[in-house]
Design a protein around this ligand. Structure first.
Ligand code: ARG
Length: 572
């Protein structure tokens, strides 16, 4: 149980009596006392009574004796609440005894589809896919831990007109040669070479066009070549996922092509509902409330004038499948903010068509770009887009070097392991700790620093706790009595018991910087505690209590970082 909620529950009945109706007590953490409520101020005008009088009246009626050591009216009419040491200690003890660290499994599990990563076949995964993959994986981990049924959906771009030219290029290159080139991750040069021929050579263009028709018509030889492109690319994506410690597997690949058979029923449904309009030969839906800058209604193109289906049709089919067949009630789309309009339109049409029946809902979990140190879109030195594998390898190399500098006792193998955990952790944490709606700057120095809101700082805090237990050759005793006497102990306790509420709110908002921020404050509170409160040099019950505080801190850090997809090495 978190304290804000506990205090709210205790104050709410008293406020309701005084105000003659329900009132949110507006309990907030406060720097001056532990918690503060300023609800009496807002009530004053309505009740026509001075706020201090209202606050005093509420205090008289509220049952706070077992939770607060001090509860008093202050200033213009605030309620200042100091939590009793025993009450706080009791909450920490409950946390220590709880394998789920104060985060219960949800009472009503939902089926949630997390649509994330979604790179494109025969194209290199680039940094644009990094954010989707990292944030999406955190969402999948978090919702799963809360007890939801999570279905990961990797909506790989594996269909469409470019496959005509890609297959023709594959034919020109020879299958054996292509099978060498593709899984190595040299997808970009493959794609570019195809593009160059397509732009320069009319005969190649014509072959490509015929190839698209054959592919869509289900021609067996063409399908085989297409499958080869898809599979070789998938191998490359899987190596990236493994490097990134991402939980996506081959079973989660549900590419655009997997919805082909569902496209016709989608159009039939829309037609039957009278939603289709013809616009320049294309079949479109004009969802209400979607207008362009000129105020004209915007069309969502379901079938193009040449009869082909595009990106939007596939997304509609996917929604219909996800709610109708998979029974999902929450659909998450981890895609950059530039696609916001696309998803607004798709969701609006799906709602009109009845494919998002309540309580089902779809959410575009959008995000900004990754910028270089010059504040512009991240580019390679040659000016091209930065390859993900290169970026991850650089992170690991830098972190491994730092690990060896920082700790000479680490052997080769362990330094490599630490370097990997820290390097990958730093990349993921830099992403997850910044507000996803904004762009962020990729700054190696900052993200690998041991100071500040970084993965290495949190991982270091964790490994330091592990080393306390290692050095002493002891384990914490779960039944030890928690005693909170020093201010640093209390401050640490507040961060520990606040974990649950943050996790629950992030499951809703999917704003992981709030979870990251909480873990950072926890690690900082631990540092301050460890500086001021001797653990191993303390005696008897104090030592036991502090060892247990250390242990719970380590468990919360480990679980929190796990939810972000970040490893916690025992030594650094
Ligand atoms: N493949 C697309 C891209 O690289 C992202 C797909 C996102 N998911 C979706 N259901 N549309 O931009």
């Amino acid at each position: 149980m978190d304290l804000e909620k506990l205090l709210t529950d205790r104050l709410a009945p008293a406020f309701a009596t005084v105000a003659g109706g329900p009132v949110d007590p507006l309990v907030r953490r406060s720097a001056r006392t532990d918690f503060q409520s300023d609800a009496a101020l807002a009530l004053a005008r309505r009740l026509g009574r001075p706020p201090r009088v209202i606050a005093a009246d509420v205090l008289d009626r509220a049952d706070l004796a077992d939770v607060c050591s001090v509860a008093e009216v202050s200033g213009p009419g605030f309620l200042n609440l100091t939590v009793a040491d025993d009450a706080l200690a009791g909450l920490v003890s409950a946390l220590a005894a709880d394998a789920r660290l104060g985060v219960p499994v949800v009472a009503e599990p939902e089926t949630v589809v997390v649509d994330y990563s979604a790179p494109n076949v025969a194209k290199e995964m680039h940094v644009g896919h990094l954010r989707s993959t990292v944030i999406g994986d955190a969402a999948a981990r978090l919702l799963q831990w809360l007890g939801h049924r999570v279905l990961r959906a990797n909506h790989v771009g594996d269909w469409g007109t470019p496959f005509g030219m890609l297959i023709e290029h594959l034919v020109d290159l020879g299958e054996a040669e292509a099978a060498q080139e593709l899984p190595m991750g040299d997808l970009d040069s493959f794609y570019k070479a195809a593009r160059v021929k397509f732009d320069a050579d009319e005969a190649f263009r014509e072959r490509s066009r015929r190839r698209v028709v054959a592919l869509q018509g289900g021609d067996a030889a063409t399908r085989r070549l297409w499958r080869m492109l898809v599979q070789q690319s998938a191998r490359h994506f899987l190596t990236v996922y493994e490097l990134l410690d991402v939980t996506l597997t081959e079973r989660d690949f549900h590419g655009e092509s997997s919805y082909n058979d569902l496209l016709t029923p989608v159009v039939e449904d829309l037609d039957r509902l009278g939603l289709l309009r013809s616009s320049n030969g294309a079949a479109c839906v004009f969802p209400p409330g979607q207008a362009g800058r000129d105020g004209e209604p915007l069309p969502l193109i379901v079938r193009k004038s040449d009869g082909g289906y595009g990106y939007a049709a596939t997304d509609l089919a996917a929604i219909r499948h996800r709610t109708g067949t998979l029974g999902a009630t929450r659909l998450l789309y981890l895609v950059g903010l530039p696609q916001r309009r696309h998803f607004e339109m798709v969701y609006a049409v799906a709602a009109q068509a009845g494919w998002l029946p309540a309580p089902a809902r779809a959410e575009h979990v959008g995000f900004g770009s990754i910028l270089g140190s010059d504040g512009r879109m991240l580019r390679s030195r040659a000016g091209g887009s930065v390859k993900l594998v290169g970026l991850l390898e650089e992170a690991i190399a830098r972190a491994t070097l730092l690990a060896r500098e920082r700790n000479a006792e680490l052997g080769q193998v362990e330094a490599a392991e630490v370097g990997r955990a820290v390097g990958i952790g730093a990349v993921k944490y830099a992403d997850l700790s910044s507000d996803r709606h904004r762009d962020y700057v990729l700054d190696w120095e900052r993200m690998l620093s041991l100071d500040g809101n970084t993965a290495p700082y949190l991982q270091y805090a964790y490994s330091r706790i592990r080393s306390i237990f290692r050095r002493a050759g002891v384990a914490a005793r779960p039944e030890a009595v928690i005693r909170l006497t020093e201010p640093a102990e209390r401050a640490l306790a507040f961060e520990l018991v606040g974990f649950g509420a943050v996790v629950v709110s992030v499951a809703d908002s999917l704003e992981f910087h709030h979870l990251a921020g909480h873990l950072y404050r926890l690690a900082a509170a631990f540092s301050a505690f460890y500086e001021r409160c001797p653990v191993l040099r303390a005696d008897g019950p104090v030592r036991d209590s502090r060892l247990l505080l250390c242990d719970v801190t380590a468990r919360v850090l480990r679980q929190g970082l796990y939810l972000l997809g970040i490893r916690t090495p025992d030594r650094m």
